[in-house]
Design a binder for this molecule. Structure first.
Ligand code: ADP
Ligand code: AMP
Length: 214
């Protein structure tokens, strides 16, 4: 089953993804993670993506859609995948649904994590991310056991460039303008569960797994 984890930057998508993927035995497909991996490897795609990410803007649809289609075609995604951070525009949603349709696949569920705007800036500017495996932490809500060291892989835990407060505000503006309208497009297509993402990490996880019937 393909599942979309939808919500603004800072809603908790990345934080909740591991539990959902484990419960459904599907891989986590995060477009942001894919771009950051390319950037780390210094590929042309990584450098192109960085020019948009650093400004809080979206990478162009044509680039993102090609990447997602080839990732979803890989062997480990044949039983479905958890999409995190995609689709982020109506054009991306249209492409996704038509591509899945062509493959005889469909989105089983959309989980919409709803978090009040005023919580997002403190969540994002306090977020810290592992350079090794991409795991996310928060300076006060979810700190790593040892300062600056990832609990999962012992990699370095740092602040993402685009989590500096000025860029965070630009990203939230981009979300309102380009991504929030995707929800209205998704609703008539099938099951959208809206979950209160402002609760604790454990409570949100329970609510998501409950909505998925796990
Ligand atoms: P997204 O992937 O949606 O952009 P993240 O999962 O990276 O968001 O979460 C953003 C920040 O908020 C991280 O620092 C994370 O530790 C923290 N966070 C996530 N969920 C919660 C929650 N329910 N309560 C408090 N902090 C949270
Ligand atoms: P994220 O890790 O989901 O917060 O994404 C980080 C950044 O990567 C975003 O601010 C965008 O610049 C870019 N990005 C990630 N996913 C997409 C997408 N689906 N469409 C366009 N840009 C994206």
């Amino acid at each position: 089953m393909d599942v979309i984890l939808f919500g603004p930057p800072g809603a908790g998508k990345g934080t909740q993804a591991a539990a959902v993927c484990e419960a459904l035995s599907i891989p986590h497909v995060s477009t942001g993670d894919i771009f950051r991996r390319h950037l780390k490897e210094g590929t042309p795609l990584g450098l192109l993506a960085k020019s948009f990410m650093d400004k809080g803007e979206l990478v162009p649809d044509s680039v993102v859609c090609d990447i997602v289609a080839s990732r979803l075609a890989e062997a480990d995604c044949q039983g479905g995948a958890l999409l995190d951070g995609f689709p982020r525009t109506v054009a991306q949603a249209e492409m996704l649904y038509s591509w899945l349709d062509g493959q005889g696949r469909e989105i089983g569920t959309v989980i919409n994590l709803q978090v009040e705007g005023s919580m997002l800036v403190p969540r994002l500017s306090g977020r810290r991310t592992c350079l090794g495996c991409g795991a996310t932490f928060h300076v006060s809500h979810n700190p790593p056991k040892k300062l600056g060291v990832c609990d999962r892989c012992s990699g370095d835990v740092v602040q993402r460039n685009d989590d500096l407060e000025e860029t965070v505000r630009l990203r939230l503006y981009t979300y309102e303008r380009e991504t929030a309208p995707v929800l209205a497009w998704l609703k008539p297509k099938g099951t959208v569960y809206t979950i209160d993402g402002s609760k604790s990490i454990a409570q949100v996880q329970l609510a998501i797994l409950g909505a998925l019937g796990i």
